[in-house]
Structures are given as structure tokens and as C-alpha cells.
Design a protein. Structure first.
Length: 276
């Protein structure tokens, strides 16, 4: 049965020195088979040069931060400004396949008990596609999220009302802010469904110092663990699994002695708790 009136969609994009990639991102929105109501771009402290660059896209709404406030604050401000029922997040260097929004909208109409849905993801770099991830839980649970991050923001379509209810992204959590948001959504009864089609493409590249990336991951994961400690504690065995994955991931993003240290701690956790 055809829906007579579909809910509107606002696209929210944090922008931080992404001039080299933004046009591909923008064009992937304009090529959608269902067009969003508005595109909101948050210039996260990049100054007048970025504003001038963005001004060539005359159909976007620009929010200008005079200083860098981080991706969570940028996304939150975009959501608060949005006028639509649904929010689609996209990073300024990632892209969507043309039917991404249409498939997600159809999913939410078919399964109205879900407040959000996310899609499979293909990672890519300048050499081409790298990996595809389409094996995720259809109906996300808290145990799924304590095991690992499941939802990538550029793949997510979510009701604005649910984001308002959980008070948006936690701006104090760095690096794991998307994972932390998913936990709070599930804890408060909002359901997140999965579409096992890779309709989102996420760019992979090294930003800045590789060791600082590993440390950022470690800090962000520890912030998440501390905030949701009681939830981890209630689910036996999840803390050790999470810490193992944290140190192994941080190790993969560092070099030299720091890499060896993170890997050593990860392996020690696995042996101590007999993880497979």
C-alpha cells in the first residue's frame, strides 16, 4: 500500500577541512531517488575560507562555528536546527548510493516500531573499495552494543524525536560518541533496525599522527566503559571482551613500542579471561 505522505528528511553534515571531498558527498545526496527536505552543513571552526567554499552550494543551510567544537557538537546543532521528522547523518567525505534514503524510508514505513535504521557499509580509499560490512543484527540489542560498535552515523536514518528524547550525542565523549549514542537509544527503548545492503560508503584515510589516533580510540572507549559501567557489569563477560577489542584496535592504529604495548595488554586480557 502506497503511503500518501512520507516524512521529511534533513541531512546533517559536520564539515572540517573537507574541501577536497565534499563535492562527491554533495553529489551523492543530489542523486538520491528520494530528495531530502534540507541539507544542513556545520562549518566546525574552519573559518572564512571554508565558508566561501561552501557558499557555492546555494541550496544548503550553513551553520558557522567560529571555533572547532567537535563532531558531536556539530551534529547536535544540526539536529536542533533541522525542520524534518527524520535525520540522516553524513560525513563530509563519505557518500551514499543513490537509493539509500529510499530504501531506509521504505524500511521505516514497513516496520513502524523501529525509530531508526542503518545500512551496510563499504569502506574505500583512493585506491578503491576495501571492505564491506553487511553482517549485523537486524534488531539491535544492548548485548550487541556491549560487544562492539554497530552503527556508523553516515548509514543512519533516525527520528528527530528519538534524538531529542535521549538528549542528542554526548559532547563529552570523544571518538566513541556514535557508539555511546546507540547504547542510550536502546536503553531508553528506541529500536534500531538493520538493512543488509551496503548503501553507504565510508572513506578511510589517515588523519594526523597515527599514534594519536590509537590513543584517541583508547580514551574514547574508556570514557564509554566508565559511563556505562553498570550496564557492562550486568552482562557477564562483556567487559573483558570490550577491553580486549579496545586494546587490539588501538594497537592497530599506533606504531612502535606503543603498538606492542597495546597488543600485549589485549593478548593478556584474552588469555586471562579465556576469550576466543
Amino acid at each position: 500500500m502506497e503511503c500518501l505522505m512520507s516524512p521529511s528528511i534533513s541531512v546533517v553534515i559536520p564539515f572540517y577541512h573537507a574541501e577536497a571531498f565534499f563535492d562527491d558527498t554533495y553529489q551523492s545526496i543530489k542523486q538520491q531517488t528520494i530528495q531530502p527536505e534540507e541539507i544542513i552543513v556545520v562549518n566546525d571552526g574552519c573559518g572564512a575560507k571554508a565558508l566561501k567554499f561552501l557558499s557555492q552550494y546555494t541550496d544548503i543551510k550553513i551553520i558557522d562555528f567560529t571555533e572547532n567544537k567537535g563532531v558531536s557538537t556539530a551534529r547536535n546543532e544540526g539536529v536542533k536546527t533541522a525542520t524534518s521528522d527524520l535525520i540522516a547523518f553524513l560525513d563530509a567525505d563519505d557518500i551514499w548510493l543513490p537509493n539509500k534514503l529510499e530504501v531506509q524510508l521504505s524500511f521505516l514505513e514497513e516496520y513502524p516500531h523501529f525509530s531508526a535504521c542503518h545500512t551496510g557499509v563499504t569502506t574505500f580509499d583512493k585506491t578503491g573499495d576495501l571492505s564491506t560490512f553487511i553482517d549485523k543484527p537486524f534488531d539491535l540489542t544492548i548485548v550487541d552494543l556491549l560487544d562492539s560498535m554497530q552503527v556508523t552515523p553516515p548509514s543512519l536514518l533516525i527520528t528527530k524525536a528519538s534524538l531529542e528524547a535521549v538528549k542528542y550525542f554526548d559532547e563529552s565523549v570523544r571518538c566513541s560518541e556514535d557508539h555511546e549514542l546507540s547504547i542510550r537509544l536502546i536503553q531508553q527503548g528506541f529500536r534500531i533496525g538493520f538493512i543488509n545492503q551496503a548503501l553507504t560508503k565510508v572513506r578511510r584515510m589517515e588523519h594526523g599522527n597515527i599514534s594519536s589516533n590509537g590513543r584517541s580510540i583508547l580514551i574514547g572507549h574508556c570514557q564509554l566503559l566508565k559511563k556505562h559501567w553498570h550496564t557492562f557489569k550486568k552482562n557477564k563477560g562483556m567487559t573483558s571482551k570490550y577491553l580486549y577489542k579496545t586494546f587490539m584496535t588501538a594497537g592497530s592504529k599506533t606504531q612502535g613500542l606503543e603498538k606492542k604495548t597495546y597488543y600485549f595488554i589485549g593478548i593478556l586480557i584474552a588469555k586471562t579471561f579465556r576469550l576466543k
